[in-house]
Design a protein around this ligand. Structure first.
Ligand SMILES: NC(=O)c1ccc[n+]([C@@H]2O[C@H](COP(=O)([O-])OP(=O)(O)OC[C@H]3O[C@@H](n4cnc5c(N)ncnc54)[C@H](OP(=O)(O)O)[C@@H]3O)[C@@H](O)[C@H]2O)c1
Length: 294
């Protein structure tokens, strides 16, 4: 079979979860709920607590049948899997409020909050509550995310499987071996969409500079990024080989790549990712995780 004919937008097959309570019903929760529902999870098994009436109304409109409340305890009491999806600065208060119930029921707790460490979550929720920390990225909003996951060794396989199934509703998942690697995940895939957006922007502007109308240049840049991403994902051929396959000696691609190499493109990417990883670690060191990380 031609590897390029591999279906690329098949709805994910996600293990049905016994019941999920989202604490915080904003953008990330909405993406996860949409993914779960698209994968066949019944809305009747999903509860959402959000203090914002506007957020609850919007969810009720888009997902009729969800259990909606302003009270985290009411939502959490209904489900064995909890997703902590509030902004990092609200996490201590929310987790503290849930603590008695967490200690009583020992649910699987999944945090999607950037920069909030397991040690902190453990302190707030109570010892022995299984917590999986995740780092999703923004393409999750279109079902094409990738999420890094980490849990301490004591977190049992069923809880890990539930966390992975949840995140697979919005894309791919990858486990890391050490919590500190989530800073690297943040630097590569968390911030990564912005790097590709920058390339798309630059390519479109460059296309205009060589004579294309703006709309045409933009469309070419977007679809080229999309196609290259699909090829890198679906052919099973590594990116270096794919690049070589479109680069004839003395040809147009070679001329362009020579300019990239001369401008230290690889070193620039390495330095940029290192800067993001450093910044992620700095922000994680601050329990209140200021807005720049969000
Ligand atoms: N968005 C992304 O691209 C992205 C990517 C990776 C990770 N994340 C993580 O996902 C988490 C959620 O981000 P988001 O973008 O979905 O944020 P969001 O859209 O602001 O959603 C959070 C929701 O939680 C509500 N909330 C605040 N305090 C609450 C409480 N005590 N109980 C119940 N609900 C409460 C907020 O209401 P108010 O607005 O009234 O405060 C808001 O509706 C963050 O921790 C972020 O780090 C997001």
């Amino acid at each position: 079979m031609n590897p390029l004919s591999t279906p690329s937008a098949t709805p994910p097959t996600v293990m049905p979860l016994p019941g999920v309570a989202f604490i915080g019903g904003g953008q990330m929760a909405r993406a996860l709920i949409a993914g779960l529902v698209a994968a066949g999870q019944s809305v009747a098994t999903i509860a959402v607590a959000d203090v914002s009436a506007a957020a609850r109304t919007a969810l009720e409109h888009d997902f009729p049948g969800l259990y909606l409340t302003a009270d985290p305890l009411l939502a959490a009491a209904r489900a064995p899997v909890w997703v902590l999806a509030v902004k990092p600065q609200h996490m201590a208060a929310v987790a503290g409020e849930l603590r008695p119930l967490a200690l009583q029921h020992r649910p699987t707790v999944v945090s999607v909050a950037a920069g909030i460490r397991l040690e902190q979550l453990g302190e707030w929720l109570g010892e022995g509550v299984p917590v999986v920390r995740t780092m999703p990225n923004r393409p999750a909003f279109v079902g094409a995310g990738i999420t890094g996951l980490y849990a301490a060794a004591v977190v049992p396989p069923p809880a890990r499987a539930q966390a992975a199934a949840l995140m697979q509703a919005v894309g791919a998942t990858v486990w890391v071996d050490a919590e500190i690697q989530l800073d690297a995940v943040t630097a590569v895939s968390g911030s990564g969409p912005a790097y590709f957006f920058l390339l798309i922007e630059s390519l479109a502007v460059a296309g205009m500079a060589v004579g294309l109308p703006e709309a045409t240049a933009r469309q070419l840049a977007i679809h080229t990024a999309y196609g290259a991403g699909l090829m890198a994902r679906d052919t099973g051929i590594d990116a270096a080989t794919l690049r070589e396959q479109v680069t004839s000696k003395g040809g147009t691609t070679a001329a362009a790549l020579a300019v990239f190499e001369a401008a230290a493109f690889r070193a620039t990417v390495t330095a940029a990712v290192a800067a993001a990883a450093r910044r992620s670690a700095e922000l994680a060191a601050d329990a209140s995780a200021p807005p720049a990380l969000r």
